[in-house]
Design a protein around this ligand. Structure first.
Ligand SMILES: [Ca+2]
Ligand SMILES: [Ca+2]
Length: 307
């Protein structure tokens, strides 16, 4: 396989990476990590009080500690939630270069159904989740597809707990909040069935992007970038109609184009230092040229790699 590295290319990536949003995760062990809390939301270490054993309380226990470590957010740590209160735990995220974004978190929910007291995740004003009110005295994982917000520079995620004036329980506890972006293939190359394969792997400190299942000894361009939503103001995917191939699509905004040759087995490879790009999502696509053939271009699907 051909394999080389370009110092200039690495430098470009180092500069760009510093300005890009990383994936997000907090276990709340070192503070609120940018979340703002109103109403009953408190950051602390729950002590396992049982709702029905508290004055005027109902229901089961709160956790002891967080899902991770000692801390989490809860609607009153060590006590019942308040009546007739709207409590909001919120943070704003930048999804402008995100693809396939998901939100995940752990919740301990003891609110007795959802027709009175409501545990909701609201994103830019839209209700994306309404809890059922009972996580069976345990933390459980909740994962929400937020890809509808991909490309937006300001995405407000709110954990909103709204209570009525009757029946107070221990409420809602949230820990280990994370934002993930997609890792893996996306989009289609060409519709002629002659689609080469693209794959990512690690080799020590190197990230490796492979091309395979294509023609031998042909020029191949690897397009690499941080964006798969727009290119030069135009929305992606971008059809290669001008090259006579309206069935082939460019799927990434190429910050860098690297030209290599496939070997005698129809493979090529590109390696780069992955460390400086930690937390960044890279979008990759190969184009193979076959000058003079009926189909002069062979295009892979896109590949998202979260480093
Ligand atoms: Ca925690
Ligand atoms: Ca509580």
């Amino acid at each position: 396989m051909h394999s080389f590295r370009t110092p200039l290319f690495a430098a470009v990536f180092t500069i760009a990476a510093a300005t890009l949003p990383a994936q997000f995760f907090t276990d709340f062990e070192n503070g609120a990590d940018g979340f703002s809390a109103t109403g009953d939301w408190q950051l602390g270490s729950p002590i396992g009080v049982v709702g029905s054993q508290l004055p005027n309380g109902f229901g089961g226990p709160e956790p002891v500690g967080g899902f991770s470590g000692q801390n989490c957010f809860g609607t009153v740590i060590g006590g019942l939630h308040s009546p007739s209160t709207v409590s909001t735990l919120s943070r704003t995220f930048d999804f402008s270069s995100s693809h396939g974004t998901t939100l995940h978190y752990r919740e301990w929910l003891e609110s007795g159904g959802n027709s009175f007291d409501r545990a909701q995740v609201i994103v830019n004003g839209n209700v994306e989740y309404l809890g059922d009110g009972d996580s069976n005295s345990a933390f459980r994982l909740v994962s929400l597809d937020l890809s509808a917000y991909d490309g937006l520079a300001s995405v407000v995620v709110e954990f909103v707990f709204s209570t009525t004036g009757v029946v107070e329980r221990v409420g809602w506890y949230v820990d280990d909040v994370g934002i993930n972006v997609a890792n893996g293939p996306f989009g289609a190359g060409c519709s002629d069935g002659q689609i080469p394969d693209i794959a990512f792997s690690r080799n020590g400190s190197l990230g490796v992007i492979d091309l395979s299942s294509t023609l031998a000894n042909r020029p191949a361009a690897l397009m690499l970038g941080f964006d798969n939503l727009t290119w030069g103001g135009q929305p992606l995917p971008f059809a290669l109609t001008a090259f006579g191939r309206p069935d082939c699509f460019i799927l990434v905004n190429p910050l860098a184009n690297l030209l290599v040759w496939t070997d005698a087995s129809g493979n090529a490879s590109y390696s780069f230092q992955a460390g400086p790009l930690s937390g960044v999502t890279l979008f990759c696509q190969w184009i193979v040229a076959d000058p003079g053939a009926a189909h002069e271009l062979h295009v892979t699907s896109g590949l998202a790699v979260s480093l």
